[in-house]
Write a new protein. Structure first.
Length: 254
């Protein structure tokens, strides 16, 4: 993936990592289209950055994804990059069904079915481009679980393996698949996370991501240094220590 000259659609970019990444990519000379459910946020973003495209999309709704894809491709036929940023994280108690079932269904619908449906909506178009990129978003918690968020952990592990698998299928094509693996970042993904002392400052995270994209264009996984503690616990042989540290020290690890 080249660092500039792309046309990038980022569903789930009206706040947090997605919005910060949209600004950073635009500043590097990319055409950026932000997508989200809330039209008031889209209007605010458009007022602040008139060069941004804005599209309403609800990634839990297949019809909304199809409509958004049609709108994006009609307005931006040069689209060559999709970053599947939309995601939710919920605290669950699995001792009783009422403590987790509704939440788990919502998390899996957004975090797993959402990216799958997004890829389905754009993959044929992307294969017509000279080069194209799909960026999925997993988490450090795909590799070491936070006990409070079982469905979130599982959804991100699914995204990791899905990305690994699809990448193998597309190895002889013009479409590359990258996996962005955030650590805990200071956003509103969970209540209190923005102010957590354990969370990586958002600007620092996005700055490091952009450096990786520029200096390591062939990288399959976009890993900031802080996430490697979670990512490689099993490989290092200290997985149990990582899990224990995560669950005793960081209530907002993601």
């Amino acid at each position: 993936m080249k660092i500039s000259g792309n046309t990038v659609f980022i569903p789930g970019s009206t706040s947090g990592i997605g919005l910060a990444l949209a600004h950073a990519l635009a500043d590097k000379g990319n055409t950026v289209i932000v997508g989200g459910r809330r039209t008031d946020l889209l209007e605010k973003i458009a007022a602040e950055r008139p060069e941004f495209g804005t599209v309403r999309i609800d990634t839990t709704d297949p019809a909304s994804i199809r409509a958004a894809a049609d709108e994006v491709l009609a307005a931006y036929p040069d689209l060559d990059t999709v970053i599947a940023m939309a995601g939710v994280m919920k605290v669950e108690d699995w001792h009783r069904p009422e403590g987790f079932l509704e939440s788990a269904e919502a998390v899996i619908t957004t975090n797993v079915l959402g990216p799958i449906r997004l890829i389905a909506a754009f993959i044929e178009h992307l294969q017509t481009r000279p080069s194209a990129t799909v960026v999925t978003v997993s988490s450090g918690l795909a590799f070491a679980p936070l006990k409070a968020t079982p469905s979130y952990n599982a959804s991100k592990a699914a995204i990791h393996m899905l990305t690994e698998s699809i990448r193998l299928q597309f190895v002889d094509t013009n479409v590359e698949f990258k996996e962005l693996i955030p650590p805990s970042v200071a956003t509103d993904l969970l209540p209190g996370q923005r102010d957590s002392s354990f969370a990586m400052p958002l600007d620092d995270f996005v700055s490091e991501v952009m450096t990786i994209l520029e200096s390591q264009p062939e990288a399959k996984e976009i890993q900031v240094e802080r996430v490697k503690y979670l990512r490689y616990g099993e490989a290092r042989g200290d997985y149990d220590e990582v899990v224990n540290t995560l669950n005793t020290a960081d209530p907002h690890g993601n």
